[in-house]
Design a protein around this ligand. Sequence first.
Ligand code: ATP
Length: 310
Amino acid sequence: MPENDTDLVVVTNLRKTYGATVAVDDVSLTVHPGEIFGILGPNGAGKTTTVESIAGLRTPDAGTVRVVGLDPRKRRTEITSLIGVQLQASELPEKIKAREALELYASFYPNPADPADLLERLGLTKVRNTAFAKLSGGQKQRLSIALALIGNPRIAILDELTTGLDPQARRDTWELVKQIRDSGVTIILVTHFMEEAEYLCDRIAIIDNGLVVALDTPAGLIEAARSGQRITFRVRGELDDAILKALPAVDSVQHDGDRVVVTGNDDLLVAVVTVLAGRGLAPVDLQTERTTLDDAFLALAGRDFEGARR
Ligand SMILES: Nc1ncnc2c1ncn2[C@@H]1O[C@H](COP(=O)(O)OP(=O)(O)OP(=O)(O)O)[C@@H](O)[C@H]1O
C-alpha cells in the first residue's frame, strides 16, 4: 500500500512511442481515492495510451506507473482485480445475452459483484435476456460499464463512454457515473467532450500532443484561463468609444455588427453600465460571457479544441 492514501494512481514522466509516433511524450499525474478524474484532450492526444499504461496493458518506454504502489506490468493478477476497464468501442459476440456476458466475466474474478445486482443498478434487468446485438446504444454502453464493474474494482477506467449516445442517454450515463463514484469506486474518465468533463470530473488533466497541458479542478482550469470579463450589448443612440476606453476597467472596445463588445477586468460590467446610463445610453440586450473549458483549452494549448481535434 502507498504511504499516502491520496496516491491511488501515480504516473511519473510516462513516455510511450509506437515506432516513430510519440503517443505519450511526458505525462505525470496522480489520482486520489473517491474522485472522478478526467483525462481530456483531442483525438490522438495520448489519452487511451495513458490509461492502458495505468491498466498494465502497455509497457512504458520511460517513466513509471504505480497503482496502490504496485507496478501494473509486474503485478497483473492484483491489478486485474483492482482496475475495471471499459475499453473503447467494447464489443461482445452478437448473440450473447446481457446476463450471460456478466456471468461469464464474473467467473474470471476471485470476488465478483453479483450479476443480478449489477443488472438492476444499471437499469438492465428488463433486457437481461436480450442478445447484445439487439440492445440500444445506451444499453450496450451500460452493459460495458457493468462489465468494467463486475470484478468489484477499486478503480474503473471509462473510455469515451458517451460517444455515439443521444443527449438523454448521455445525461443518464453521467448520473450513473456519479452513482458509481458515490458507491466508493474511483473513476478515471477519458473523454474529448468538454461539457462531460466539466460536469462530471473532480479534477481534470488536459492532455495535448502527449503532454499534460494543465491539471486542476474544472473551476481552477476555467479560472486560470480567465483573461477577464467580456460583455456585449447594443445601444440606442450614438456611442463614442472613447467614453468606454477611458474607463480603468476596460481593456478593449470593438464592434460586431450592431453589437458593442467590451473586454476588461472584473469591474467591467458595473463601470460600463454606470457610465452609459449617466449619458442616457442604457445598454440593450446585454450579455456577459462565461468562460468555459473550451476557453481554458484555447488559453492553455494555444489553439481551439475543435481545431485540435481535426
Ligand atoms: N497500437 C498502436 N500502434 C501505433 N500507433 C498507435 C497505437 N495506438 C495509438 N497509436 C497512436 O498514438 C497516438 C495517441 O493515440 P491514443 O489512442 O493514445 O490517443 P487518444 O487521445 O486516446 O485518441 P483517441 O481519442 O482518438 O483514441 C495517435 O497518434 C495514435 O494514432
